[in-house]
Structures are given as C-alpha cells and as structure tokens.
Design a protein around this ligand. Structure first.
Ligand code: GLP
Length: 238
C-alpha cells in the first residue's frame, strides 16, 4: 500500500485526478469505479477541466446505492453520479452503471451489476472515500472480506453521518446495495482519498491496524496497487 500525504484537501483531489488522467491518456484506464460522498468531488471537478474524447468514452461503475429512493430523488446515488460524474465528464449515460436500488428483485439487480463489470473487462481504477467507521462503499464493519455486490443494512452511525444530505436522519434509507469488498479488490488499481481530522482514526486503522472486517478498508492492505491520498489532517494519526 502506498500512502501519499499532501498539504491540503485541494491537492488531494488534484493528485488523484492527475493519476486518472495519466491512465486515461495511456489507454490503461477504460473503466473507472466512481464513489459518492464529499471526498471525491474535487477529483471530478479537476477531471471536468481536462475533458477529452478519451475521458468521455470511459465506462463508469458506481460503488453503491440506497434502496428505496426513486432514481430522480436528488440524493439517490444514481442522481448524484449523474450530476457529479456523468454530466461533468460528458460520459455516455449508457456506459454509466449504478446498482438498481429500486429493483423488485434486489439480488438479481446485484448479479446484473457484477455481470456488467465483467462484460466491461473489469474496473481499471476504483476511486474510494472512507467512512468514519472504516467503511468503503457501504461495506460496514463485519462485512465479509470476500463479499460481492449485495444488499446491506446501514449502521446507525453511517445513517447519522449521511443525514446531512437529507431533511433529517429518519429519511436516510436503512438498506443499500454495495459492491462487495471482494468486488472492490478485483479493481486493478485503487485510490482512496480522505481529507480532514474526522477521518484520521479510520485512516490509521485501515493503514496500520490489523486486517479485520471491523475496519473494512483494512482489506486494501492486501491489494497490490492501492494508494491512500491524504491531506495532513486525515494523516494526522499515522
Ligand atoms: C458514504 C458512501 C461512501 C463514502 C462515505 C464517506 O457512506 N457510501 O462511499 O466513502 O460516505 O463520505 P464523505 O466522503 O462524504 O465523508
């Protein structure tokens, strides 16, 4: 695992975006795994400034989705990805895949999502944020380290953290679909970005702690090409 520590949150976004742009121009990134949350937003803004035909030709795979929000609900991850990724990067919406949290048969929707990743030849680079409890995607503590895309229950701490995007905590769905840790580990490269003091404990557990399902991000210790890109505050406890 490589750890890159930069002075500011803006530099974190810039560094991760530059890595992606290099891979896109070299032709080694054709499928990008994209994350929601506030941490990766700066990356998408930098990518938008460097739009190119190669960038707009990418396939994109979201990490996760809430169950039970209509796709036009502004906080559904389908809507967030459309706003922050598809529109900014000029992607073809037919190449952008988000697990279908509105499907009548959720396990079948998860299987379809995994099949779409396989059909695209896998994910070349996966962008990740990290939750304060060490979750990646919506793989909460105790997630199987080998898990695949599936239905998960959100922990109350995560629902509280995400309540800022909703009118109040009771409106945050309690179920979600998420790529599994096994799915994430199959991406050829992983870049995890974290900014701010609130992430410092999760970062130190992921980087220095034991490999444990209680800190799902610690599974990245086993990934051959994982990079943590951190600002000084997020790296403060290392
Ligand atoms: C959500 C997302 C995660 C994200 C996490 C942290 O739970 N499902 O993918 O990493 O929030 O979000 P933020 O970057 O806003 O702190």
């Amino acid at each position: 695992m490589q750890v890159v520590i930069l002075d500011s949150a803006a530099e974190v976004g810039e560094y991760a975006a530059r890595t992606i742009l290099r891979g896109v121009s070299a032709g080694s990134i054709k499928s990008l795994g994209v994350a929601t949350g506030s941490s990766p937003l700066a990356i998408y803004k930098v990518l938008q400034r460097h739009r190119s035909p190669e960038l707009s030709a990418l396939n994109a795979f979201a990490l996760d989705e809430y169950v039970g929000l209509a796709p036009d609900h502004p906080e559904s991850y389908a809507a967030v990805i459309r706003r922050e990724v598809t529109d900014r990067l000029g992607l073809d919406p037919r190449r952008v895949h988000v697990p279908d949290g509105g499907a009548a048969d959720l396990p079948a929707a998860c299987a379809r999502f995994e099949a779409a990743i396989r059909a695209a030849g896998g994910i070349d680079l996966q962008i990740l944020g990290i939750g304060r409890n060490g979750h990646i995607g919506f793989n909460e503590p105790t997630s199987s380290l080998a898990s695949r895309t599936r239905v998960k229950t959100l922990m109350s701490a995560t629902r509280k953290d995400n309540a800022r995007f909703f009118a109040d905590a009771s409106q945050v769905p309690s179920l979600c679909l998420t790529q599994g840790l096994g799915t994430i580990m199959e991406a050829r490269k992983v870049i995890l970005v974290a900014q701010g003091k609130a992430k410092a404990q999760a970062v130190v557990r992921a980087v220095e702690g034991p490999l444990a399902s209680m800190c799902p991000a610690s599974v990245l210790q086993m990934h051959p090409q994982a990079t943590f890109v951190l600002d000084r505050e997020a790296a403060g406890d290392l």
